[in-house]
Write a protein that binds this ligand. Structure first.
Ligand SMILES: [Zn+2]
Length: 298
């Protein structure tokens, strides 16, 4: 198949000029390695209208979007493609109300669809950060007093973030997780999910990191208002200001999905030319997520 590459909106518009072009693209991803009937396992199908495959043995029909994250997208695939393209290529995220106006769908529909894409953007947790890594805790939401570090204001959401530095000292990758408290047990989760035991990790002097030193190479340093870890603090600032602009509709339960979106965009920024295709592969391999699952999920 011919993967879509690049960030050009003109090229994107030409390639995905209608729903049928989008369906072909999804069908190419889905059946790239051949067809297999979901019902009987037979390996041959007839291609019908709208890229539907009909099993030559049991006549089971399957559309390109069936059993994928785009299952039951009611407003048309072209809009779904464009919203996804914008989400993965913009450095600042779009709000649900912007998307609702631009694509003539309801705000609720936009919000739900964007949350599906955020789920798709969640890290596979298969490539732990290595080399030089900085870890720090911070809060988002509530009233800001310009204060760094641990806060016990219950309205604020506690976050632990990790930044992997490139060889040149820039920000290579970022992960951030919502945590319930600053205990070792809570802080350890980001290490287990995203940091290699071989990484050289820097943290501030918080005692919560000390028990984690048994398994990880951690150097502690007085925080000195963030001067010890400037890259980490730039990222914290970016996350805080982004969340602040969209804060009115960031619910407690949804915070981690916004953090996933933030990480995904930063972590993929070196691979911008293939980002859209990678997301579409994940859409096809992901499963259908219902409205209920999104609103009750944590
Ligand atoms: Zn079949």
């Amino acid at each position: 198949m011919q993967e879509f590459k690049g960030e050009s909106l003109i090229k994107f518009t030409k390639r995905f000029s209608d729903d049928s072009a989008c369906k072909s693209y999804l069908a190419d991803i889905k059946w790239n390695d051949g067809y297999k009937c979901k019902k009987c396992g037979h390996g041959k199908a007839t291609v019908r209208k709208n890229q539907i495959r009909t099993c030559t043995l049991c006549h089971h029909n399957e559309s390109p979007t069936a059993h994928t994250a785009f299952h039951k997208v009611k407003f048309g695939l072209q809009k779904a493609f464009f919203i996804t393209f914008e989400m993965v290529n913009s450095t600042k995220s779009l709000s649900a109300s912007q998307v609702s106006k631009r694509y003539e769908i309801s705000r609720k529909t936009a919000w739900l669809f964007m949350h599906k894409i955020r789920r798709v953007m969640k890290s596979s947790e298969q490539y732990p950060m290595d080399g030089t890594v900085q870890v720090d805790e911070f809060t988002i939401g509530g009233k800001e007093k310009g204060k760094q570090g641990r806060s016990y204001d219950t309205k604020k959401k506690k976050i632990v973030g990790a930044v992997e530095l490139s060889d040149k000292g820039g920000v290579k990758r970022v992960y951030a997780l919502k945590i319930d408290d600053y205990s070792s047990k809570s802080l350890k989760v980001i290490f287990e999910k995203h940091i290699s035991v071989n990484a050289r990790v820097k943290t501030d002097n918080w005692k919560g990191y000390r028990p984690i030193q048994k398994a990880y190479d951690i150097t502690q340093e007085l925080s000195n208002s963030g001067l010890g870890m400037p890259e980490m603090h730039i990222v914290i600032h970016q996350i805080k200001s982004w969340i602040r602009t969209i804060y009115s509709w960031v619910h407690q339960e949804q915070v981690e999905h916004y953090l996933n979106e933030f990480s995904f965009r930063i972590n993929r920024s070196q691979f911008k030319h293939s980002i859209f295709h990678k997301v579409m592969e994940r859409v096809i391999n992901g499963k259908h997520i219902s409205y209920q699952e999104i609103i009750v999920a944590k």
